[in-house]
Design a protein around this ligand. Structure first.
Ligand code: ADP
Ligand code: ADP
Ligand code: ZN
Length: 226
């Protein structure tokens, strides 16, 4: 009997800010019917809603540091409990610390689930400043764009929904990117060895064209969910 009959896929995208995790997660969602779960998006929603967790997270996010495991795990657990995640999830920006990785293992074990693959997107730090500085998203549908690398077919008009309003993140500036890259190397990069030791690590070259990376990632996801 195939594993996919009983077990939902759990994919992790690992990589520094600007690696292309969100861009690729949205493409995988469409292709495989999985649900993208971005702790960054969930935290920004909590900040916008003014919840207690959001108020505690706001200044940490503005400075480019990491929000506490306690807050992030509470938000993640709530989201994982929603029924749409049953078909499988793409974790984008989570886990980000060894403590989060261990908590995820425990959460999945409770539900009889396991990690299908943790995919490391290998990129050059130096290129990430430009990636993050040019990033913006459609206000209507959340589609991601870049000033130089991913422009809509028709200037100022979203390819997906036709929307004409775009937004930029407060933390997407050259100053915070340095702090975020430092946090990545100190706290998140060790997870590459963590998942290698568990035999679920895969890696892709994240410096190529968006479509080429999508094809490679799609191959991995098809393989690990077959
Ligand atoms: P990026 O896609 O640029 O890596 P995210 O949207 O994932 O950024 O995260 C934005 C900010 O939200 C991070 O700089 C951090 O402050 C916070 N954050 C997001 N996910 C986590 C997490 N798993 N643990 C701690 N902090 C997080
Ligand atoms: P992350 O979620 O890892 O922080 P994003 O997916 O938001 O990264 O990508 C960061 C920015 O770089 C976005 O503006 C996106 O359009 C652009 N981008 C994503 N992948 C590539 C790529 N392979 N080449 C060039 N630009 C890219
Ligand atoms: Zn749109």
């Amino acid at each position: 009997m195939s594993e996919t009959m009983t077990h939902a896929a759990v994919l992790i995208l690992l990589g520094p800010p600007g690696a292309g995790k969100g861009t690729q997660a949205r493409m995988l969602e469409e292709r495989f019917g999985l649900v993208q779960l971005s702790t960054g998006d969930l935290l920004r929603a909590a900040v916008a809603a003014g919840t207690a967790a959001g108020m505690a997270a706001k200044s940490v996010m503005e400075s480019g540091g990491l929000v506490s495991d306690e807050i992030v795990l509470a938000i993640l657990r709530d989201r994982m409990a929603e029924p749409d995640t049953a078909k499988g999830v793409i974790l984008d920006g989570f886990p980000r610390t060894p403590g989060q990785a261990e908590a995820l293992d425990a959460l999945l074990a409770d539900q009889g689930l396991k990690i299908s693959a943790a995919i490391s997107m290998e990129v050059d730090d130096a290129a990430m400043v430009e990636r993050v500085s040019g990033r913006h998203t459609c206000e209507g549908c959340g589609e991601g764009y870049h000033d130089s690398f991913k422009q809509p077919a028709q200037a100022g008009r979203c390819d997906k929904c036709g929307g004409t309003a775009f937004k930029r993140r407060a933390d997407d500036n050259a100053e915070t990117v340095g702090a975020r890259l430092t946090a990545y190397h100190a706290s998140t990069a060790p997870l590459i060895a963590y998942y290698a030791a568990r035999d679920v690590l895969r890696s892709v070259d994240g410096m190529g064209a968006i479509d080429a990376i999508a094809a490679e990632l799609g191959g991995i996801v098809a393989e690990v969910t077959a």
